[in-house]
Design a protein around this ligand. Structure first.
Ligand SMILES: Cc1cc2nc3c(=O)[nH]c(=O)nc-3n(C[C@H](O)[C@H](O)[C@H](O)COP(=O)(O)O)c2cc1C
Length: 359
C-alpha cells in the first residue's frame, strides 16, 4: 500500500508479509532510487529530488521484525509547493507553485477522467496522485523484495529494449534529442528478467493465482504501460506449436525459453521474462488541444517542465514491480514468518524435487 502526492510532503509505503530476520541495506535501496532518477530524457526535477528512504517502523538495527515495514521518501520539491500542496488549510495569501487552479486537462493523462470521477474542480487534485512520482516509493519496496529474493538466489534485472522505436543506445539518444527539439515525447519497451526462480511459484488453480496474470497486473499498474507480454508473448500467436513451445530435456530443463519461464501460471524453473510497452509521455512541451473545464472554452495545454521520455526509469520501476510480485509468490510458497524458515523451506523443496538437476 502506498500513498503520496507528487508535490506533497512525502511518499509513504507500508509493506506487509516480510519475514523477520531479513537484513536490509540502505545504500542498495537508495541506489535503486538513484537509478530511477537517471536516464537521458528526464526533466530537471530529477536533479532536484535526491531521494533517500527513511524507515519508520518494522526494522531494528537494519533487520526486519516481521511487523509492517513503513517507508518514507520526503519530497524535497515540496518547499516550493508549501501553500499549494498544504495538507491543512494554508495560512496567508496564495504563494508559490500550485496556488492557482489547473483547469486544462492534458490528453493522455489522468486529468479529465480523474477530475470527473472524483468531482474535483482543480485538475491538480487528480494529477498529483496520478503522477509517476509515486513510483519512487514502489522502487524502494522493490529493493526490499529483491533483498528477500536474494536469500534464495533469485536476481531480478530490468533493461531497456527500445526507445522511440530505436533499438541501439545511439538511436535512443538521437531519438530523444530529436523529440526534445520538436518539444515532443517518446515511449519504449523494457524487459525484466528474473534468474534463479525455482519452479512452482504461482499456480494454475485459479485465475488470481496465475503468476503471469499477476505480473501483467503489476506491470500494467505502472503509469503509461499499455502492453505487457510474458516470454515471446504476441509473437507466439503467429507461430506453429512446434516452434512455440520449449521442449523438456531429461534433466527437466529447456534449451529455449519462449514461454518466459511460466507455464500454466506457474514458474517452470527457467528465467522469468516479462516485457512492458510504454506509451509516449502525455505532458508535451508543445501544446495539445483541450478544453478549459471552468469556462467550457477550447484551450491549449502549456507545460514548463516534463520528461521527454522515461523508458530507462521504467526499466527500474518494472524491475521493482516484478521483484515485489515474485517475492509475494515466494513467501506464499515458502512461508513468511522467519527468514530462516523461508530459506529452509526453499532448500527442502529443491531437495524434494531434486532441483537444480545436473546437466
Ligand atoms: C517513470 C515514469 C516517469 C513518467 N514521467 C512522466 C512525465 O514526466 N510526464 C508525463 O506526462 N508523464 C509521465 N509519466 C506517465 C504518466 O504518469 C502517465 O501517462 C499518466 O499517469 C496517465 O496514466 P496512463 O498513461 O497509464 O493512462 C511517467 C511514467 C513513468 C512510469
Amino acid at each position: 500500500m502506498t500513498a503520496g502526492e507528487s508535490h506533497g510532503p512525502a511518499l509513504v509505503a507500508i509493506l506487509t508479509g516480510l519475514p523477520a530476520g531479513l537484513r536490509l541495506d540502505r545504500d542498495a535501496i537508495d541506489d535503486d532510487l538513484r537509478r530511477r532518477r537517471e536516464g537521458y530524457g528526464r526533466s530537471p526535477r530529477q536533479k532536484l529530488e535526491r531521494d533517500e528512504v527513511e524507515v519508520l517502523a518494522g526494522l531494528r538495527h537494519g533487520v526486519t521484525l516481521g511487523s509492517p515495514l513503513a517507508l518514507v521518501i520526503h519530497n524535497k520539491d515540496h518547499v516550493n509547493w508549501e501553500w499549494g500542496m498544504s495538507p491543512w488549510p494554508p495560512e496567508g495569501e496564495p504563494t508559490g507553485k500550485g496556488s492557482s487552479p489547473v483547469t486544462l486537462p492534458r490528453p493522455g493523462h489522468a486529468d479529465l477522467a480523474g477530475t470527473l470521477k472524483f468531482g474535483h474542480e482543480d485538475v491538480r487534485n487528480a494529477l498529483e496522485r496520478a503522477s509517476a512520482r509515486q513510483t519512487a516509493i514502489q522502487v524502494a519496496a522493490g529493493a526490499v523484495a529483491k533483498r528477500l529474493l536474494g536469500e534464495i538466489g533469485v536476481t531480478v534485472a530490468g533493461t531497456v529494449l527500445e526507445i522511440g522505436g530505436e533499438t541501439s543506445e545511439d538511436g535512443w539518444q538521437r531519438a530523444t534529442d530529436d523529440a526534445r527539439v520538436d518539444r515532443d515525447t517518446l515511449g519504449g519497451v523494457v524487459e525484466v528478467r528474473a534468474e534463479g526462480v525455482p519452479p512452482g511459484l504461482g499456480s494454475y488453480a485459479d485465475k488470481g493465482d496465475r503468476l503471469d496474470a499477476r505480473l501483467a497486473a503489476a506491470l500494467m499498474g505502472i503509469q503509461a504501460v499499455k502492453g505487457v507480454e510474458i516470454g515471446e508473448g504476441f509473437a507466439l500467436a503467429g507461430k506453429r506449436g512446434s516452434e512455440a513451445h520449449d521442449e523438456i530435456e531429461p534433466d527437466r530443463r529447456r534449451t529455449t525459453n519462449r514461454a518466459g519461464g511460466i507455464e500454466g501460471g506457474t514458474t517452470n524453473g527457467e528465467p522469468v521474462v516479462a516485457r512492458a510497452a510504454m506509451k509516449p509521455l502525455p505532458t508535451l512541451m508543445r501544446p495539445l488541444r483541450s478544453v478549459d473545464l471552468a469556462s467550457g472554452e477550447p484551450g491549449e495545454v502549456l507545460v514548463e517542465r516534463s520528461d521527454v521520455q522515461a523508458v530507462e526509469a521504467l526499466a527500474v520501476v518494472a524491475e521493482a514491480a516484478v521483484a515485489w510480485e515474485l517475492a509475494r509468490a515466494a513467501t506464499e510458497k515458502f512461508g513468511g514468518d522467519a527468514l530462516v524458515d523461508f530459506v529452509g523451506a526453499h532448500a527442502a523443496y529443491l531437495e524434494r524435487i531434486r532441483w537444480p538437476s545436473t546437466r
